[in-house]
Write a protein that binds this ligand. Sequence first.
Ligand SMILES: Cc1cc2nc3c(=O)[nH]c(=O)nc-3n(C[C@H](O)[C@H](O)[C@H](O)COP(=O)(O)OP(=O)(O)OC[C@H]3O[C@@H](n4cnc5c(N)ncnc54)[C@H](O)[C@@H]3O)c2cc1C
Length: 488
Amino acid sequence: MRHLMWFRSDLRVRDNPALYQAAIDADRVTALYIDCPGQWRRHHSAEIQRDLVRRCVDSLAKGLATLGVPLRVITVDTFAEVPASVHDLVQKLDIDAVFCNSEIGINEARRDQAVAARLDIPLHAFNGDCVIEPGALQTANGEMFKVFTPFSRAWLSMLETRGWTLYPSPAAQAPAFAPQDLNWHQGTCEKQGKAKSAAWPAGERAALARLREFCAHDLADYEKNRDLPALSATSSLSPYLAIGVLSPRQCLSVMEEKLGFVPLSRGEIGFAWLNELIWREFYRHLMVAHPRLSMHRAFKPETEALRWRRDENDFQCWCRGETGFPIVDAAMRCLNETGWMHNRLRMICASFLCKDLHIDWRWGECYFMSRLIDGDLAANNGGWQWSASTGADAAPYFRMFNPTRQSEKFDPDGKFLRRWLPEISDVPAAHIHQPRTWLDQHQPNNPYPAPIVDHGKARECTLQLFRQLSETCAVNDRAGQKQTVLPL
Ligand SMILES: Cc1cc2nc3c(=O)[nH]c(=O)nc-3n(C[C@H](O)[C@H](O)[C@H](O)COP(=O)(O)OP(=O)(O)OC[C@H]3O[C@@H](n4cnc5c(N)ncnc54)[C@H](O)[C@@H]3O)c2cc1C
């Protein structure tokens, strides 16, 4: 039997269910990766992430070569051209079956349906992306959970009952060979993306080494330090998890190896970290259950009636890190410069855009995607909808982040602020979180901008907006009417 293993966001040899299954009973496995630059642009994928993907595919090719499996890279513009490409390769190599791991986005699902329809051989899809496969956890009514806590309880209980297995790397099918240069299309990655991505070593060995190091040194203090952006206290594994260089099951295994157990209840060492992996799965399960989420629709349909401001000027200030709120500006400049942002800062910046500037969360979602090295459809959408109070288990609209209080609490001496805002690096700690008055008195020519919004007033406006929305919904519900769009 000749099998084709089609790699997508599962760029690893270890714990790869589709690769493992493809190798069983096969006389020959050939691997395929399809680069779709036009599609990545439509998905707002960041250059830095595309460069990491490219380097990880190169590294994957080397790993596969040691198993005697050749990897081919085909470049087409968009998913529309994928069915014909796969079909042609299947014909050329006389393939009997194609193997892949499922992806969660609607475009990806439609692409796979089109490929399956075009082939007259089976396309086998596996779950390589979640510990518990989407669809396996449901409420008593047979629906996907809408709230995180009961989902996580069900997730933990299933993990305890079922456990998990790591898929071994497949046995070598032929003598190892030196892989040739992959046929990458020139110009898919800008120079800038390349330079920034170089800070992230490529390939599954590097990702596993980082995971082991995190579990050995930082896991025990994760809960205590995870909210402090001046420290490197979180795992920084998201770029690898997002493109599948690492699997969440590998995370569980290494955690168990280091701790001697898997922490299944709150308070146990390591539980806070496991909980983040469960959030990751929550957003993936949600997206599969509600495909509209991958089409920029709000989880709570009634919130589609909110008319967000479409103020290009304020949006650009936010993008550039020139809002006059140091914590927001430092975080955005860090994102623009490195392709990375700490989770606490993502929440603060997202809340600021939606609740202080009242700009559409979808603008922020796209901007983050276009800059992040760990851009991930489900986690990014989940994070944005949580912040905008439009999502499943969203922050209730009356719970709003005060950027200055957040800054004082999580960067008390301004270490992170000083690193990213050289203009205010010599402002005393007592004033650094809100430097305007001090700057006016001591450095009137300092270019750091004044706040572009009054947080107190913006807060009142948000409260009023959401209150008005729930009143309109209640009235419309009683009258059985459609929602109207509320002005801001
Ligand atoms: C507005 C917003 C946008 C976000 N966009 C993305 C994104 O595009 N890609 C992305 O991977 N994460 C995103 N997150 C979630 C989170 O910020 C990052 O996963 C985290 O900062 C990555 O750092 P880490 O690997 O050190 O995480 P750790 O704290 O070490 O957590 C371990 C892993 O758990 C997962 N995880 C952690 N927190 C979350 C979370 N809140 N939701 C879902 N998964 C989580 C990640 O895969 C992460 O690598 C977003 C959060 C917000 C609020």
